[in-house]
Design a protein around this ligand. Sequence first.
Ligand code: URA
Length: 433
Amino acid sequence: MRMYDIIMKKRNGGELSTEEINFFVEGYTKGEIPDYQVSALMMAVYFQKMTEQETLALTMAMADSGDTLDLSEIQGIKVDKHSTGGVGDKTSLALAPMAAACGIPVAKMSGRGLGHTGGTIDKLESFPGFTTALTRRQFVENVNRIGVAIMGQTADLAPADKKLYALRDVTATVDNMSLIASSIMSKKLAAGADAIVLDVKTGSGAFMKKEQDARALAQEMVKIGKNARRRTIAVISDMDQPLGYAVGNALEVKEAIETLQGKGPADFVELCLTLGSRMLMAGGKADTVQEAKERLRKVIADGSALKKLAEFVEAQGGNADAVYNMGLLPAARIVRPIPAPVSGYINHITCDEVGICSLILGGGRETKESAIDLSVGLVLCKKSGDYVEAGEPLAMLHANDETRAEEAANRYLKACSIADTPRERTDFIRGIL
Ligand code: URA
């Protein structure tokens, strides 16, 4: 078999066989097929797309490209949760301890920021000392002892996805449905959870901008999960503006803590309750959505979810005092408003642009090796549909560099359109499969 023939077949719109997919995944993982040939194949896939059969074969080949985690030593039904990526998406920070406080063993594998989207691991590292570099033993012990552990993707877990993902990131081939579905599901299958709850984002801050594409992605992932005999549920949620108000690593950690203190933004709370209720039901801790949501609200009201976050941070080497004293989290030197140029209603906030503002401030990586500034970002003051007076802040910038702050402020102003009349509100949750 030759890689050249596989590239040409896909370029010409052919359907790759399972053997051909296995050949390129294996060869690429072992370093026998070079980046330039796989880049060409990814671009051919981007334009010609993949059939359901090809997507499934790619997922299974990537899931089997390294070790799989055996979580059988963890008691109970293990539930994992994964988002397709968004701006201000701090869901795992609040939801993992909420679900754990309700008795769900949360054994979760998370990633770092990618492109304009943030990553849970970067956010968690805002807790001084926190690490996600756990051994399998520590991971299992932590879940058994406190109910929750989050680790990063190790070099041996779905290594094909790790390599392919980094390649797609720099070859403009991220936003393809089959490539996203296989990337996410290969990691989830290799990470060993019994049930998977997916948060599929749609809108200007998502990789799938159109709702119909997000729905198709959700359907594809649910099918793959069921095929692998994992209970899989997908929620389609709005990412046409940032989730909650905070965008930026430590700022999002603060918002997640406030949410666990019962002071969370409405959209973020709605998302946590929607995803969390499906986690509880999949894990056998509730029979109905209503019962599950009540349990989740209770662990916020009685402080047990916040306590669980502190236990989790401490178990992974972080300073848990920061959960109760947010002054211990990284903070930026410059905090200044972005004033509204005119009065009116916020019509649209181009969401990926807000993610890019955070990158400009230093909150994300420009290259794979860049260090990130955990303290910077933006806190929105107005969201879509809100009224703003000229001169009132649209958002607060948190920065450590005046030039970057200026650039981010200008970019934010371009991303935010203001109209004379309020726009119609759309549903935040767009569907559940
Ligand atoms: N998240 C992933 O893990 N992979 C993708 O391709 C996109 C989002």
